[in-house]
Design a protein around this ligand. Structure first.
Ligand code: DX5
Ligand code: ZN
Length: 304
């Protein structure tokens, strides 16, 4: 286990539910980007440092990760394991430890999308080999039934698709009750405006920049105006959701996405297709930072 991710280590769900410092850090989504502020050159004191950083920001029943950073958004890179060698998933997680903010885990059911990938068992297995927070992207039908189980198994964020969910209030409440963050994903053709009254139920908004189902697709530039509009909407309404994109993120596309207002970038092929995945994470982050003055590096990097 890498003690840098200590604040996100598995804890019993009942303990997470009421928070406490470790649960609070996890629920607030504090991965490498925030909790490792003083623990980057870490030893086993990382948990204590992370708790000290995270505790003042915690508020029962609310997730306000940006509050912890004075309103500054962190440029976060989430490698997507869908692009990893499936025979070496654990290695793929470990190779980006200390570089990736979180890991993106795609869950597909052959119904919502014409592909099959990862499951709750994947979450359990990954939690036994790494403390990197897991971002589960559920491309499945009936997320109302299945999503809370991913949180129960230790996912730090569970994203459900707007096109698939039936009872948004109940499902998001069930995810949060297990101590995880909640994400709302929309396909490129699905307007965010339909969900304005529900955004407060979420901690992350995922705007798909491809049609979901497969990695290695071309980034859809047609989504850029939607990203800009979402950024304005979140800012104007003072909603501190993280704005994430997924699909076709690479060295050619990340800068215009960052400039449009994204702060969380999922990247599969661009990370695991690279000779050095950890270096690819840092290179992508550097590009995002150059393109968007509003973004800041993770605290460990800001501290040098
Ligand atoms: C596809 C998945 C993506 C995928 C992205 O539906 O949701 O997370 O892994 O892969 P790239 O980065 O290769 O487009
Ligand atoms: Zn995904």
């Amino acid at each position: 286990m890498n003690p840098c991710y200590g604040a996100n280590a598995p804890v019993p769900s009942r303990a997470r539910r009421r928070g406490g410092p470790v649960g609070a850090a996890r629920r607030a989504g504090l991965g490498v980007a925030e909790t490792a502020a003083g623990a980057w050159r870490c030893g086993c004191g990382a948990v204590a440092v992370a708790v000290a950083v995270a505790w003042p920001a915690w508020r029962d029943g609310g997730v306000h990760a940006l509050d912890t950073l004075g309103g500054v958004a962190i440029a976060q890179i989430y490698p997507s394991l869908l692009a990893a060698d499936f025979a070496r998933i654990a290695d793929a997680a470990l190779v980006v430890e200390g570089r990736a903010d979180w890991l993106h885990v795609d869950v597909m059911d052959y119904h919502f999308v014409p592909n099959l990938a990862f499951s709750g068992d994947t979450v359990t297995a990954l939690r036994s080999v790494t403390d990197i927070p897991l971002d589960c992207h559920l491309m499945i039908e009936d997320p109302d039934r299945w999503a809370p189980g991913f949180a129960e198994r230790g996912a730090a964020n569970v994203t459900i698709h707007a096109e698939a969910v039936d009872n948004l209030p109940a499902t998001t409440a069930a995810i949060r009750a297990e101590g995880a963050r909640t994400g709302l994903a929309v396909k490129p053709a699905t307007p965010v405006e339909h969900y304005l009254d529900d955004l407060h139920r979420f901690d992350l908004l995922l705007l798909m920049t491809i049609d979901p189902g497969f990695g290695g697709q071309k980034f859809m530039d047609s989504v850029l105006p939607k990203i800009e509009a979402a950024r304005r909407l979140l800012d104007e309404r003072d909603l501190d959701l993280w704005l994430q994109i997924d699909g076709g993120v690479n060295a050619e596309t990340i800068e215009r996405a960052a400039a449009a207002g994204v702060d969380v970038f999922v990247a599969g092929t661009a990370v695991y297709g690279a000779a050095d995945p950890a270096a690819a994470v840092e290179a992508l982050r550097a590009q995002a930072l150059r393109a968007a003055p509003r973004l800041r590096p993770p605290a460990r990097e800001a501290a040098g």
